[in-house]
Design a protein around this ligand. Structure first.
Ligand code: ADP
Ligand code: MG
Length: 227
């Protein structure tokens, strides 16, 4: 489902480069990637999602070699196949909660915003406790509520892969549990693949039970390269 081989990536303005010799996650796995701040976890998720193109090597996600696609094709690929919960949520302040959840349908011509999608957005929002907040703006929400909007937006397109970047950071344990429950129930229902990046011990322990994290980490070779 995710396969990286001999990948090299450096930010255009330098300062940080990432090298991944081999990394793979099979379909249906639920894994947690962990590591110190600044080691490149977000960069890696963005490479897998096709937000950044690799400088060299192969990034294969959902059977598509995203590293060979141009910018527009990578964006279409991502919107259609990958749900990404951004570390900073990336909600748009001028849109309501409902319209933030529906954003992928507004920015991709490949997706059609049917009435049934709107209904699904409302159902998903209600499931995570946002049912009465659909008309609010992000700045009228708590941190935990914003995080849940970001989760709803990531799953509205029914992606095969769900990538969540520190989805429980800055949340109290009750809200953290709600967010993880929402992610896990989505992947269980859809038989999707889940990658969560986290520093949070409670989150990590929850995943080590189910996600074969140690096996996965054994295969991964992630190193920071001075540039
Ligand atoms: P993590 O998510 O593990 O905390 P990141 O992937 O966000 O780490 O960042 C890895 C490194 O890349 C950091 O040193 C960070 O400063 C640097 N970095 C992140 N984004 C950019 C960017 N757009 N341009 C240049 N360097 C960046
Ligand atoms: Mg990060």
């Amino acid at each position: 489902m995710i396969d990286l081989r001999d990948v090299r990536f450096a930010y255009p303005r330098g300062g940080f480069a990432l090298k991944v010799d081999r990394l793979s996650v099979s379909g249906g796995q639920r894994v947690c990637w962990t590591g110190p701040s600044g080691c490149g976890k977000t960069t890696l998720l963005h490479l897998v999602a096709g937000i950044y193109p690799a400088d060299s090597g192969c990034v294969e996600t959902c059977g598509v070699e995203v590293s060979t696609l141009g910018d527009a094709a990578r964006r279409d690929f991502r919107i259609a196949n990958v749900g990404l919960v951004f570390q900073d949520f990336a909600l748009l302040d001028y849109l309501s909660v409902l319209d933030n959840i529906l954003l992928p349908y507004r920015i991709s011509r490949a997706l059609r915003l049917e009435a049934e999608v709107r209904e699904r957005a409302k159902t998903i929002a209600t499931q995570v406790g946002l049912g009465t907040m659909l008309g609010r703006r992000p700045n009228e929400l708590s941190q935990g509520e914003r995080q849940r909007v970001a989760v709803c937006r990531a799953i509205i397109t029914c992606p095969k892969i769900l990538l969540a970047d520190e989805p429980t950071a800055n949340l109290d344990s009750r809200n953290a549990m709600r967010v993880l429950d929402a992610l896990e129930s989505y992947v269980a229902e859809q038989r999707a693949t889940l990658v969560v990046v986290s520093h949070d011990r409670d989150t990590i322990s929850r995943f080590t039970e189910t996600a074969e994290v140690s096996e996965f980490c054994g295969q991964a070779h992630l190193e920071k390269v001075e540039s």
